[in-house]
Design a protein around this ligand. Structure first.
Ligand code: GDP
Ligand code: MG
Ligand code: K
Length: 294
């Protein structure tokens, strides 16, 4: 009997949702960063073995909404607990339970299907602390399963997969065996660029950048040309992104290009443009244009 199902991964920003998905899929699918809110759109990662197919949704972190974009991210993240077969709620073992966690817990009561607690980052704390944290969590919610893991160090991730499989129902294979994501490659390219921007500029350029992949085309020699525009809120951000004599944008370009090459397994030529659109975060029009609306 083959099993399949949809599983949503939720939790505050930076608890390790993307790291876990990457560990499961063993590839650089969702982009990880220690800067909050890298993952904006829901990413579907598809795990397939001989017994089951699990379609994972890695959601943007749930946080207190501050603007149009924040609202959208919350809606996406919260909606992902409906209509799925299972919800994985991730909490870090090395942090105290806070208001953000309680906010999500309240919502989880409406979830379709069983909810698991994954206590992540267990590599950072002692066994005693793990036990203590688990006791605290048990009082807050009736989790179907509680699994301490380290997404980064690959601890207990195999246990997680086999436990998920136990709860899945008989079902079809929705995607071909070798397919790992349903996302268009353009989206993945944009995420590579976003990751390099966050990495090289740190806090100087806030999370308000949008990346529009204008073109992605295969050349006759098999290489791929990617043309993308980075949209920022303010002129000052444009200056930071370009850097002294273009040094910053060059670094971003070269490093993103390298990731793209690795991902696509073919030479890539990346061209980057930077454009200022005042206050685009609050303009639904742009959110739609940039693909943040369904
Ligand atoms: P997300 O915002 O929930 O998707 O979190 P990320 O997957 O982007 O991870 C945020 C940060 O936590 C990154 O720096 C990860 O390397 C780190 N991280 C994730 N999982 C673990 C873990 O199990 N152990 C440790 N020590 N760090 C982790
Ligand atoms: Mg993430
Ligand atoms: K993150």
């Amino acid at each position: 009997m083959f099993k399949s199902g949809f599983v949503s991964i939720v939790g505050r920003p930076n608890v390790g949702k993307s790291t876990l998905l990457n560990q499961i899929l063993k590839t650089k699918l969702a982009i990880m960063s220690d800067v909050a809110q890298t993952t904006r759109n829901t990413i579907q990662g598809i795990y397939t073995d001989d017994e089951a197919q699990i379609i994972f949704m890695d959601t943007p972190g749930i946080h207190k909404p501050q603007d149009g974009l924040g609202n959208f991210m919350n809606t996406t993240a919260l909606n992902s607990i409906y209509g799925v077969d299972m919800v994985l709620f991730i909490a870090p073992a090395n942090e105290t339970i806070g208001r953000g966690d309680r906010f999500i817990i309240e919502r989880l009561k409406e979830a379709d299907g069983p909810v698991f607690l994954l206590l992540n980052k267990c590599d950072l704390v002692s066994k005693e602390e793990v036990v203590k944290k688990l006791t605290e969590w048990k009082e807050l919610f009736d989790f179907k399963e509680i699994i301490p893991i380290s997404a980064l160090e690959d601890q207990n991730v195999d246990t997680l997969i086999s436990t998920i499989k136990k709860y899945l129902n008989e079902g079809m294979m929705y995607y071909p065996k070798d397919q790992m994501t349903d996302h268009p490659e353009r989206f993945v390219m944009a995420e590579f660029i976003r990751e390099k921007i966050l990495y090289f500029t740190r806090e100087e350029v806030p999370h308000s950048v949008a990346i529009v992949v204008e073109r992605m085309s295969e050349q006759e020699d098999g290489s791929v040309e990617v043309i993308a525009t980075i949209v920022v809120d303010r002129k000052s951000q444009k200056g930071i992104l370009i850097g002294k004599q273009g040094s910053m944008i060059k670094k971003i370009r070269q490093n993103a290009q390298r990731e793209m090459k690795r991902f696509l397994q073919t030479p890539v030529h990346l061209e980057l443009f930077v454009k200022v659109e005042n206050n685009w975060r609050n303009k639904q029009k742009y959110l739609k244009e940039f693909g943040y609306n369904e």
